[in-house]
Design a protein around this ligand. Sequence first.
Ligand SMILES: Nc1nc2c(ncn2[C@@H]2O[C@H](COP(=O)(O)OP(=O)(O)OP(=O)(O)O)[C@@H](O)[C@H]2O)c(=O)[nH]1
Length: 312
Amino acid sequence: MKILLVDDSRAIAMVTTARLESFGHEVRHAINGQTAIEMFQSDSFDLILMDIEMPGMNGFETTTRIRALEGHEPWAWTPIIFVTATDSDTNLVTAIEAGGDDFISKSSPESVLQAKMKAMTRIAALRSRLAQANGKLQDQANHDGLTGLYNRRAMDLRIDTLWETAVHAGRPFSLLMIDVDNFKKYNDHYSHQAGDECLKAVADCLEGVARQVNEDKMAPGVFAARYGGEEFAIVIPDAAPGVHVGIAMTVVEAVAGLNLPHEWNEQWGKVTVSVGAVCMAPASGWVKETFRIADDLLYQAKAAGRNRFEAN
Ligand SMILES: Nc1nc2c(ncn2[C@@H]2O[C@H](COP(=O)(O)OP(=O)(O)OP(=O)(O)O)[C@@H](O)[C@H]2O)c(=O)[nH]1
């Protein structure tokens, strides 16, 4: 385990470090509460061993502050064991109230320290597995299983924040609604499985466009999402008016440029998309209105022959 040892006595810290290292742990020493907080913020630890009596900020206050910092991150919880000379009942109660997990006396025999470290190692392993599982779950909750793009839920959550920011800052907000042309016919003729592969290819292409736009610094924060079915969106949180037109054109050309055969897509003979591109500059009113306008423009692009975009 990687342990943060907080103790104002260098002599005691040296002895404790040697004991912990002999059990196979890695130890970092903080000489006071403030240093411990700084080290906690810049590194991650499996366990904190916290002295109680320290000049300035004592162990209880240091622990309370560490727990407050952890409060910003769901799932974060570093076990904290208080190490003290006086293992009174009052100390135990205060230690747990402050956010500590256990309590050990400085006079405890080596076997007790070793046993507690064993228990904490098990907890550390469990925490790491939980953090990994949680990361995976978050990922699954935010991404579309087929294409890997942000799903509708994640897109809506991100848009809520980005829209508010744009409205308050009086900045533009743009949105592209993108729909694969004659996709029902694609499924009907090439199979649903082939349809899935086609959606993946289109999604990769849109992600590539968004990435390029970000890299070119045309509109930072641009991202693509699967809106639902064969419909996608590209969200452009802050870009000069007109940028959405350039991106819409790039999208139409890039998808057609994939040259994915689609014999039943009218005169095109390949997979194409239609795009409705809207820019609210500056952003105002409701984000729903932006979607409504984008949908209308998309409908116009379809009605005007597909494989094209319409923009406001
Ligand atoms: N393979 C596959 N097909 C899907 C998926 N989601 C939606 N679809 C299909 O997408 C098709 C959409 O058809 P329509 O809404 O009629 O639109 P369209 O045929 O693309 O016609 P236009 O939009 O007018 O160009 C339907 O046949 C859906 O079954 C999916 O995840 N995989």
